[in-house]
Design a protein around this ligand. Structure first.
Ligand SMILES: NC(=O)c1ccc[n+]([C@@H]2O[C@H](COP(=O)([O-])OP(=O)(O)OC[C@H]3O[C@@H](n4cnc5c(N)ncnc54)[C@H](OP(=O)(O)O)[C@@H]3O)[C@@H](O)[C@H]2O)c1
Length: 260
């Protein structure tokens, strides 16, 4: 009997999704790289029925970058309802969705409001699911540096930080998708925890960016008030393997290969 599975990756052309598709295919599974540009649209429902036929699991890593809370809530809630309804009709056994560590406690951040709506829609769907909440990706550190720019340097909140490589997120999502649904939440974080300021200093220094990083305890996370552990797991979690130092070395090597 074949152990090969069919997994539909919604957002399969994006940063995490494309890595999940590659991992699945390399392991001999059938992976559908679903995205609105290739005719499979979670928000409108276009193409879902055909894409999900015969699928064992769906991994939802679709994204809309918006800080308009009603827009982002509607996007994630509607997409999740469409996906889980289509999955139940097609007999798909597991819906896996990627969320963010600390989502329940980050109200006031409009984007996280969308992730709250996404989680709520999945929990209410009647479909078997696992919500995987990841910490911030290393690939997101540039955007964070821009967001916390303050004059010639950076000011960041006084909180713990434990970012993770998108490659580790993709690997964990695939592993979870091939297991039984947990009908619950699992946290996922990188191998090293440090102060946000210290992680940012290491990141900028490795990139030759000389900006100073200071701390301002009054700062939140994109509009959400924070405590010391708002962005890190506080209980059990799946741990990624790739350290920030390893990831930076890998990025550096890839840049050198591209230039040669
Ligand atoms: N950045 C972080 O630090 C972080 C941390 C934790 C969790 N996350 C979560 O990680 C997830 C994935 O992020 P990412 O950076 O990999 O995203 P990304 O690179 O922006 O990719 C988004 C993907 O979603 C697809 N998509 C958008 N609208 C769609 C629709 N209506 N139907 C089907 N596909 C659609 C896009 O393709 P088309 O444009 O062709 O549709 C694309 O393939 C997000 O849900 C985010 O909340 C991010």
């Amino acid at each position: 009997m074949s152990t090969s599975k069919k997994v539909v990756v919604i957002g399969g052309t994006g940063l995490v999704g494309s890595k999940a598709v590659a991992i699945l295919r390399n392991a001999g599974h059938e992976a559908v790289a679903a995205s609105s540009r290739n005719g499979i649209n979670a928000f409108t429902g276009e193409g879902l029925q055909a894409a999900l036929a015969g699928a064992d699991a769906v991994i939802d890593v679709s994204n809309l970058m918006s800080f308009d809370e009603p827009v982002i809530r509607n996007f994630f809630a509607t997409s999740s309802r469409n996906l889980t309804e289509a999955e139940k009709s097609a007999g798909v056994r597991h819906h896996v969705v990627l969320s963010i560590v600390g989502t329940s406690g980050l109200s006031g951040n409009p984007y996280v409001g969308g992730k709250q709506a996404q989680e709520e829609a999945v929990k209410a769907s009647g479909q078997d699911y696992t919500i995987v909440r990841a910490t911030q990706f290393y690939e997101f550190l540039d955007a964070l540096a821009d967001a916390y720019a303050d004059g010639a340097g950076l000011k960041v909140p006084d909180i713990a930080f434990q970012p993770i490589a998108a490659a580790d997120v993709a690997a964990a999502l695939v592993k979870v998708a091939l297991e039984n649904p947990r009908n619950g939440i699992v946290d996922l974080a990188g191998p090293d925890r440090g102060a946000f300021a210290q992680v940012m200093r290491s990141y900028l220094a490795a990139k030759g960016d000389g900006r100073a990083v200071g701390v301002d305890a009054s700062l939140g996370y994109f509009g959400a008030p924070v405590t010391a552990t708002s962005l890190v797991p506080t209980g059990d979690f799946i741990q990624g393997r790739i350290t920030l130092a390893d990831w930076l070395r890998q990025q550096n090597n890839e840049t050198k290969v591209e230039k040669s």
